[in-house]
Design a protein around this ligand. Structure first.
Ligand code: GP9
Ligand code: MN
Length: 436
């Protein structure tokens, strides 16, 4: 019912933080290219295996003076994996506690997402490029509700067996074959390239890589580095095109890892490559591996490594402010990562959370496991003040997640239309109608 939308609005309006005046509008009117790096974890940045840099190009981008590179940024996906990441980044709303909001609610729910916001407030055209079938994660329906003008799925690309592996078209081919469509888009455009090659269990033909894989006892760990290296080369090739074509001059590139690639059971073997013994491997080590890259690169942007703590839910307010768009009328659960008022309280779908000082596991406030982020120590004795503070943070995390869940499950955006925003009419888009 409509009353719940008021409790959502009370929360999101009180939780939003002011933009950073130094960055607000810095990318106004620029094209936006989003590179969705499948299963790419932050630990890969500046990592070496057998003396080889795993991702030399992304490393150079991470340290580039025109890149805002976030070193304490976390994925916040649940079972919806890629689709949860997409939902958070496109709408500023979490995914579901179970399943995927895209598949279970994405066909009929009302969304107020980035493509529609940018089209209506700044005249952006929009497109997604993804080498898998358009019905995967129900994207062909969801993207119409988000207001995407175009969705170039596998039917627009080379579908031969040599060109495809795992979940679809190899990443180098996705970028190369998308250019003819990208160049037709009216500018400014908002576009997203969703890669797939670096996906569990990370298969890659030897002819597609010369990377010397490590030889741990875990095949997935060994293969992960080869597909991550391949993805890095694909991104480099695309950047070479952006620079050669001149597009780089008027484009903001946003890069993020959607979620972990290696799961906790793989981490023991990974520990050996980090010169760690697996015996002293803790739950904090597993949580630290939930960091994924988040980078914003643009010619002329004042870059630098950003150590503030944040997550995928914070991306949309951060992006909209960079594009010079005010966010207070939109229903966003996250905060602008460049704001001086950023709370640095990162909520995970299992109600764990991280702040800039503590990692709190168990979803049970001070009764859970509390780690000191700096020392890595598991805290046993908590002062009354810290106990109170941790329980307050837990209550806010639980509250935010439950409001987001009721927004999704009760489709509450039917009852709230931001002033000046026109609800999206999905019937105006005709891509992939025939896909069920
Ligand atoms: C599917 C691809 C991978 O099209 O995006 O999805 P995931 O398995 O990572 O959710
Ligand atoms: Mn994924």
């Amino acid at each position: 019912d409509g009353t719940d939308i008021n409790s959502v609005l009370n929360y999101t309006k009180s939780h939003q933080v002011p933009a950073n005046p130094e960055y607000f509008g810095q990318a106004k009117g620029k094209n936006v290219i989003i590179l969705h790096l499948e299963s790419f974890q932050q630990f890969l940045i500046d990592f070496k295996v057998n003396g080889q840099e795993v991702t030399p190009f992304l490393n150079s981008l991470y340290h580039n003076k025109n890149t805002l590179a976030f070193s304490n940024f976390y994925h916040e996906v649940g079972q919806g994996k890629t689709s949860d990441a997409e939902n958070m980044l496109e709408t500023g709303v979490f995914g579901l506690p179970e399943g995927s909001v895209f598949t279970s609610l994405g066909t009929d729910n009302t969304f107020q997402g980035a493509p529609a916001i940018l089209q209506q407030s700044a005249g952006y055209s929009s497109a997604v490029f993804h080498g898998n079938v358009g019905s995967f994660w129900n994207r062909n329906h969801v993207y119409k509700n988000l207001g995407y003008n175009y969705f170039f799925d596998s039917s627009y690309f080379n579908t031969s067996t040599e060109a495809n592996i795992g979940y679809g078209l190899k990443d180098k081919l996705l970028f190369a074959e998308s250019i003819k469509y990208l160049e037709q888009l009216q500018q400014p455009f908002y576009t997203k390239f969703i890669t797939v090659t670096n996906h569990f269990p990370f298969p890659l033909a030897d002819s597609d890589t010369d990377f010397q894989r490590p030889e741990t006892d875990d095949k997935a760990v060994n293969n992960y580095f080869a597909t991550a290296h391949y993805l890095d080369q694909a991104v480099k090739e695309f950047f070479d095109y952006l620079n050669k074509s001149g597009l780089a001059k008027n484009t903001l590139v946003m890069i993020y890892g959607d979620h972990y690639g290696l799961s906790d059971k793989d981490n023991k073997s990974l520990a050996t490559l980090m010169n760690r013994s697996s015996d002293d491997w803790t739950a904090l080590d597993n949580m630290n591996l939930q960091r994924v890259p988040f980078m914003l690169h643009m010619d002329g942007l004042k870059g630098g490594i950003q150590t503030q703590y944040g997550g995928e839910i914070d991306v949309l307010p951060t992006l909209l402010h960079l594009l010079g768009i005010n966010t207070n009328k939109y229903v966003l659960f996250g905060q602008d990562l460049m704001s001086s008022k950023l709370q640095q309280l990162v909520a995970f779908r299992n109600n764990n959370f991280v702040t800039n000082k503590y990692t709190v596991l168990g979803g049970n406030g001070a009764n859970g496991s509390i780690y000191d982020n700096e020392t890595g120590e598991l805290l046993t004795e908590l002062s009354p003040a810290l106990t109170k503070q941790i329980n307050q943070w837990q209550a806010e995390v639980d509250h935010a997640l439950s409001l987001s869940d009721s927004l999704n499950m009760k489709n509450l955006l039917r009852f709230y239309t931001p002033s000046g925003f026109k609800p999206v009419d999905p019937s105006q888009f005709n891509y992939l109608d025939q896909v069920n």
